[in-house]
Design a protein. Structure first.
Length: 282
């Protein structure tokens, strides 16, 4: 794959990640049920892909079992945010994850944040505050944003843990096992709540698209592109996920973004970009 094609594949993957948010509005199921279906179909798709290219699945261990829990929590919180508020609010809350990565790394290294990191945190706090017209626990925006931030925090934990594996393991195999273990973690909850809402044929179809296209295909494109572009470039492009997702929501859901959301989102994405650029400069 040429560098130009790799960059295009990277952008397509990130656009598909953003597109996944819309399924929280389209599928009339709970976030737990949506994520359970997504992880099963995603794991199966990745397994078929590895079989087609004749690559080993890799070895699963207890660490990946914990990663599966973090992935499940991340996606459940994210889809809960989409259902409680809007695609834009949930995505912008999630976009704070690079700053959480910095915070986790500072805690692990037992060091104080530097000036750049403090600026990034300040931008995120200001951006999140701008997204909320009034602070009240009953506000759907506050609830959705809180879920989005929780999704960002759990994803940051997952990203930090995954850095220990990607250098010595097949990245596609890691994604496969994490999806499989996420489904295993969610299985008891799905069984417990199975009598609430029965999925329709449309729900099943949408979950298959979500799992195959926005999980299996998107992960495969993202991982394949990283063989030809730097991890730093991939991280910068990944910050565009909220931009792609908000654009998808405008075109396909008719969700309009007001000035307050644009201003807050700009600060959050700027903070994510600053955190990513500083990490790449180390």
């Amino acid at each position: 794959m040429r560098p130009t094609r790799a960059l295009v594949a990277l952008h397509v993957a990130v656009a598909l990640f953003g597109f996944a948010a819309l399924f929280g509005k389209w599928i009339a199921l709970s976030p737990v049920a949506i994520v359970f279906g997504r992880t099963i179909v995603g794991a199966a798709t990745l397994a078929l892909f590895l079989g087609a290219v004749r690559q080993a699945f890799g070895r699963a261990d207890a660490s990946l079992f914990i990663n599966g829990l973090l992935l499940a929590l991340h996606w459940v919180a994210f889809f809960a945010g989409v259902q409680l508020s809007s695609v834009a609010i949930a995505l912008l809350g999630f976009a704070s994850f690079p700053v959480f990565v910095l915070a986790v790394e500072c805690a692990a290294d037992r060091r104080a944040p530097n000036l750049y990191e403090l600026v990034a945190v300040s931008l995120v706090v200001a951006g999140l505050a701008l997204l909320v017209p009034h602070f009240a626990g009953s506000s759907r925006i506050v609830q959705g944003l809180s879920c989005g931030v929780a999704a960002g925090f759990t994803f940051a934990l997952l990203a930090v843990r995954n850095r220990r594996f990607v250098s010595k393991a097949n990245a596609t195999g890691l994604a496969l096992w994490q999806n499989a273990f996420a489904a295993l973690w969610l299985l008891p909850l799905v069984v417990w709540t199975s009598s609430t809402i029965a999925p329709t044929a449309r729900d099943f179809g949408l979950i298959i698209v979500l799992g195959v296209v926005c999980t299996g295909l998107a992960h495969s494109l993202f991982i394949a592109s990283m063989r030809h572009v730097s991890a730093h470039t991939a991280s910068v492009v990944a910050i565009l996920e909220p931009v792609y997702g908000i654009a998808w929501a405008f075109v396909l859901l008719g969700e309009r973004t007001d000035t307050r959301t644009i201003a807050g989102g700009t600060l959050i994405i700027a903070a994510a970009l600053l955190a990513t650029l500083r990490a790449g400069a180390k």
